[in-house]
Design a protein. Sequence first.
Lengths: 264, 348
Amino acid sequence: MTATEFQPAKTEVRQPILQARNLVKTFGRVVGLDGVSLDLYPGEVLAIIGDNGAGKSTLIKCLTGAEIPDSGELKVSGQPVHFKRPQDARVHGIETVYQNLAVSPALDVASNLFLGREERLPGPLGKIFRVLDTKGMRRKAKEELTRLGISTLQDVTVPVENLSGGQRQAVAVARAAAFGSKVVVLDEPTAALGVRESNQVLQLVRDLRDRGLPVILISHNMPHVFDVADRIHIQRLGKCAATITPESHSMTDAVAIMTGAATA
Amino acid sequence: MTQQQTAGPPAAGHADPAEEFLDRQTPLSRIRNILHRYPALSPAIVLLVAVVVFGLLNERFLRVENLSLITQQVSVVGTLAIAQTLIILTAGIDLSVGAVMILASMVVAQLAVGSGAPAPLALLLGLVVGLAAGALNGFLVTRFRLPPFIVTLGTLNIFIALTLLYSGGSTVRGSSMPGLLTWMGSTFPVGPVRISTGVVMMLLLYIAVAFILGKTAWGRHVYAVGDDKEAARLAGIPVNRVLMSVYLAAGAVLAVGAWIQIGRTNAASPNAGVDLNLDSITAVVIGGTSLFGGRGSIWGSLLGALIVGVFRNGLSLAGLDVLYQTLAVGVLIILAVSIDQWIRKVKS
């Protein structure tokens, strides 16, 4: 083996959980992604910022299986993967909270947490008659919400449509956190929320990181990004303009890079 | 002094005024919340009131023979309403339920009488017809992404034409059929009441579908797909597969409906059931299931079918013309949908 690659200093040899190399995605003649690379390490919050049309959403969609990149590689824990639909990403432990939340308003909190992966009763009732373990799922939903410190959702039998925006967001984040074994991706989680609710969601993001679960956070809100992110990936015109940290750069610098007024 | 009074009691001083406003409940909004939570409650109340009122209007109404007759009159529409409920829960609508049922009943009757097939085989082939019709509707809805309204408007005409072509427009009388085919029309005594086998069959179907909708993952997926298709897809639910299975299940239920229809009318007629499509939708809507999908209960549809039956029967016993029955049903539909809209406003 010849060491052609530059070896970063000692402790930084951790393997990225999610690794993207030279992702390209075009829509007709429009270039959405123009060779974007990204690394996500265990236990970090990586924010992705960028102006409208910079390719944030396309990048996320390629990482979570909602879009298939034209070329480029994707690796999960070092293993090459090819996502064709969101379920493929989910199988690899990547859970996404979409901007529109993807919750079912008429179903209750517990049903939403387990939507698409319901648990059945043990024994013949579950195996032959396929009866759901409603009580068990409600209990687990409650446990999960308590574990995440979501105190505003005590009653898991309430239909989601009766909840506030922040509580719905909490349900969606809880679902991702409960099943995301490797990566949680949050698309604009604070966009529709008030100040207090935003803080609750940001606290949830920190809690996830503290449990060792890396988080990718897409946001327009600079104070929020600088509040929780460990590293910030700046998209500009379909490319990664820079990857900075809240310590190395100020918010003004980030905005300057985002708009092309400065380079990192 | 007056200043202090206008400032309100000090105990509530620290509460967020906006939040307090959100949490404020009037008796009316509390009723709305309860109705929202239990969609079958409002039709149950309507049915109860209707029974009491018609009972007071005419003492013959509450006689057991009359009540038993109402259940028999309701058995066919009640069964079609099961299929209709499943499809409306997915935010669809099926205009072809009556036509599918009549087609299946003609196939069963012709096979048994005309071609001399054994009765169980004829019924089995009727089930195949129902499933095939459901598969066609489901295929067009999921693969070609056509609106269910358009798809079933088309298949409604196709099935009516197929029925007339196949039967040559002639009715098959019940007296010429094997006993098994008209078995659903036979009655047996339960105490002072005579219950028909068709009614029992309908109730068994309701119990089975209620169980599946309420207790299985499939049932929950049906609601989720009707509620928000895109959200369901992103949550990992195979939306098209769920839709297809709903149309297939509806087709199977309609085939059983055909069996009940043969027993109830003691015949298989290609011209029967022209208005059954709309009656089944009426029952579902009055039963509190939302036409926008994702909301409602199967028991509501049974109540809805019973309400229509009770109104028709009660009004005719009260000596009113048939036209007034139709008028009353029309008013009921509009009332039911208005109440549904009002209940849906419950969310913030």
